[in-house]
Each structure stands twice: as structure tokens, then as C-alpha cells.
Design a binder for this molecule. Structure first.
Ligand SMILES: Nc1ncnc2c1ncn2[C@@H]1O[C@H](COP(=O)(O)OP(=O)(O)OP(=O)(O)O)[C@@H](O)[C@H]1O
Ligand SMILES: [Mg+2]
Length: 214
């Protein structure tokens, strides 16, 4: 069911697939596009919240919420003028992923192009198929020049019935260097490849959301 504000869930059962990186980069890109954007961090590790502490008083707002309070948290964000929510979720947590998928207009599933990571897509495929929320695998941390690996990963995702986002994120130092400073790739190196990839992803997402609302 479409929600207001626009809500993006970032889910993946595999630890370290890039959920938090994607969440903070997208929410910050949304803020740069004049959205009142907010990250709802449902991960008990609270990594996005720690990033926000390092960042200080800059957008996006990051709030923590246990999965059971996700709906209420989004409601109160809406009352505070938030129009774009990115939900960051924990790994190995079916219930949290299910709640985030239920609340979302679009689900993004960051995945490294490696066998163990791809194997972890199956439970998520079941969850998104059940919820009928549009969902896309986003290949993340793809090594430079690894076209064959990326194509194999795309095929593996499609074979289990998942759609694949046409924008891929490479393995880029700008992502981890920026996070450690409470920044994003676009802020650390605006003309860098990581920044351009986030930009492309943002534009693609915008198009998909427009299509979904037409
Ligand atoms: N595209 C990338 N290129 C380089 N490093 C990356 C990339 N994406 C993520 N990383 C790094 O990989 C590590 C894990 O990323 P991140 O914390 O975003 O994953 P996660 O899925 O949120 O992990 P968890 O499941 O523990 O919540 C971090 O150090 C992050 O900086
Ligand atoms: Mg995380």
C-alpha cells in the first residue's frame, strides 16, 4: 500500500551488504534535492544513528525505532514535515525486514556479487513476493572491471524472481571513508565515481516512484 511520506526500505539478511551505507547516502541525496528526509534506524546496532552522531547537526535526521514501532515513528515523522523516509534494517532479522517491507513504497536489497550473499536473497524474495511491494536488488561493492561477476549475480537474482536495479554501486573507498566521518560519498568527493553512482541511483529511484504513483 503506498504510504505518505514516500518510504524506501533497505533490507538484506546478510550482514555487511551495504544497507546502512545505502540508507545514509540516499537520504542525504534526498535532502540535497530539498526533501525533508529522515532515516529510521531499526537496527539494534544503531549504525545509522552513530553515523548521525558523528555527523552532527546536518540533515538527514536519523531516528531509532524498534520494528514494532515503525508505523508510529513514520506517522510522527510525517507530522514533523518529513516527506521522504529511508528505513535501515538489521541483518538476520525476518520480523524487522517484514515490517519495513510492509511500510515501504519501494524496497532496495543491496547485495554483494558473491555466492553467500546471493544465497541470502531467497528469504527476502519470499517476503517481498508475499507483501507485493516493488523490490529491486542493488548490486553493491562490485569490484572494478568485474562485469562477468556482476552479470552472474544479476542472473542469480532474476532466477529467484527478483528485479534488479540497473544502477550498480562499485567497490569504492569513498563510501567507507565518508561514513567514518559522518559524511556521504557525495559530500566527501562530489565528482567521484561513488558520488555519481548515488546520483544515478537517486534519479532512477525518482523515476520508479513517479511511475508507481501515476
Ligand atoms: N560500495 C562500497 N564500497 C566500499 N565499501 C563499502 C561499500 N558499501 C559498503 N561498504 C563498507 O562495507 C561495510 C559494511 O557496510 P554497511 O555497514 O553499510 O553494511 P550493512 O548491510 O548495513 O551491515 P549490517 O548488516 O551489519 O547492518 C562498511 O565498512 C562500509 O563502509
Ligand atoms: Mg547496517
Amino acid at each position: 500500500m503506498p504510504t505518505t511520506p514516500t518510504t524506501i526500505a533497505i533490507v538484506s539478511q546478510k550482514g555487511g551488504s551495504g544497507k546502512t551505507t545505502l540508507a545514509v547516502n540516499l537520504a542525504t541525496r534526498a535532502a540535497a534535492a530539498k526533501h525533508e528526509s529522515c532515516v529510521v534506524d531499526t537496527d539494534p546496532q544503531a549504525t545509522a544513528a552513530a553515523w548521525s552522531d558523528w555527523r552532527g547537526d546536518f540533515l538527514p535526521v536519523v531516528v531509532t525505532a524498534p520494528p514494532a514501532r515503525l508505523g508510529r515513528t513514520i506517522e510522527s515523522a510525517k507530522k514533523n514535515g518529513v516527506d521522504f523516509v529511508v528505513i535501515d534494517t538489521p541483518p538476520h532479522a525476518d520480523a524487522a525486514a517484514r515490517e519495513a517491507i510492509k511500510a515501504a513504497d519501494i524496497v532496495l536489497i543491496p547485495t554483494k556479487p558473491r555466492a553467500f550473499d546471493l544465497a541470502a536473497l531467497e528469504p527476502i524474495a519470499d517476503l517481498v513476493n508475499y507483501a507485493k511491494t516493488p523490490a529491486f536488488v542493488v548490486l553493491n561493492a562490485v569490484p572494478t572491471g568485474a562485469t562477468k561477476l556482476a552479470n552472474e549475480a544479476k542472473k542469480a537474482a532474476k532466477d529467484i524472481g527478483l528485479k534488479v536495479c540497473p544502477v550498480t554501486l562499485g567497490e569504492r573507498a569513498d563510501f567507507h571513508r565518508s561514513s567514518a566521518k559522518g559524511e556521504t560519498a557525495g559530500e566527501l568527493a562530489p565528482d567521484g565515481k561513488a558520488s555519481k553512482e548515488v546520483d544515478k541511483l537517486w534519479k532512477w529511484l525518482h523515476k520508479m516512484l513517479k511511475k508507481a504513483n501515476d
